[in-house]
Design a protein around this ligand. Structure first.
Ligand SMILES: C[S@@+](CC[C@H](N)C(=O)[O-])C[C@H]1O[C@@H](n2cnc3c(N)ncnc32)[C@H](O)[C@@H]1O
Length: 275
């Protein structure tokens, strides 16, 4: 017997709200996940059922809606996740950008769906020291979930969060707390990353152009229509030589001939290949 009544129509109402607000598709297999994540919100608000929570949500949109969405998002991430993308950045993209952007001396990278910050900080760790000091190099990191962004801005990670990093990387990029339990990203790395809240389904205030866009393990939650819309949006914000990197289980339909696949979920503007 479950703690809170949860009917099919409650699940449908929740799925519809989530899809409308942020494009995340909650199929029937996500029902248990939705139950356990929202049960916490029901308890926090002293309610006794999902239908009472839905009424509460409608009446308290300002206070509850972001907590509702934050509870639904999946924020799993890690430093240098899918490391081949960081190798590609270091070995191929940095040399390309040093040449292509010689005039502007400007480099812009966007981590779209950055979660708790491990992805944009890994980008910063990869590119720091690679461009002359006179260059203007910035990483924009955005997410819909205000809780993860708050943690990302703090840049503090537990020892478990940094297990994949070498001692050299830890020493170079982090300050360790005296008891060894916390690792804080050094300020020179933090300064390269600018965190902003952005729902990918809403208007994008940025003008670009971006040299590289990372949108990894985010598209997986969306349907084809939303993905296609995002691929088009990214295309219009990418520089002529721009690259788009997506997650290992994500793919772009063959109809997106505006992009050329480079393998391993890496894409660049097709027009660039013929320049
Ligand atoms: C699994 S994490 C991926 C983190 C990182 N990119 C990585 O690959 O490790 C997915 C992130 O996408 C964010 N997200 C989901 N829907 C979004 C939307 N509509 N707009 C912006 N971010 C969204 C979630 O909040 C979550 O932090």
């Amino acid at each position: 017997m479950k703690e809170f009544p949860f009917s099919d129509s409650d699940f449908k109402a929740i799925s519809d709200k989530v899809y409308k607000a942020c494009g995340i598709v909650l199929g029937p297999h996500k029902r248990e996940m939705v139950y356990s994540r929202l049960a916490r919100r029901i308890r926090a608000n002293n309610l006794d059922s999902f239908s009472a929570y839905l009424d509460y949500l409608d009446d308290h949109l300002d206070e509850e809606f972001s907590a509702f969405i934050n509870a639904i998002t999946t924020n799993l991430t890690s430093f240098f996740r899918e490391n081949h993308h960081f190798e590609f950045l270091k070995d191929d993209l940095i040399p390309l950008l040093l040449k292509r952007n010689q005039q502007s001396k400007r480099v812009r990278i966007w981590s779209a769906g950055c979660s708790t910050g491990e992805e944009p900080y890994s980008i910063a760790m990869t590119i720091c020291e690679q461009f002359p000091k006179t260059w203007d190099v910035k990483i924009l990191a955005t997410d819909l979930d205000s809780n993860v962004l708050e943690r990302a801005c703090r840049g503090e990670y537990s020892a478990t969060n940094v297990t994949g990093l070498s001692d050299v990387q830890l020493k170079k990029f982090f300050l360790k707390s005296p008891d060894g339990s916390l690792f804080k990203v050094k300020s020179e790395i933090q300064k390269m990353v600018h965190f902003k809240r952005l729902n990918l389904l809403e208007n994008w205030p940025m003008k670009g152009p971006f040299d590289v866009i990372f949108c990894r393990n985010v598209l997986i939650y969306f349907d084809k229509e939303t993905k296609d819309q995002l691929f088009e949006g990214y295309y219009s914000l990418l520089a002529d030589h721009g690259h788009l990197l997506i997650g290992h289980s994500e793919s772009m339909g063959k109809e997106h001939t505006e992009y050329k696949s480079l393998g391993k979920t890496m894409y660049r503007k097709a027009s660039y290949a013929s320049i």
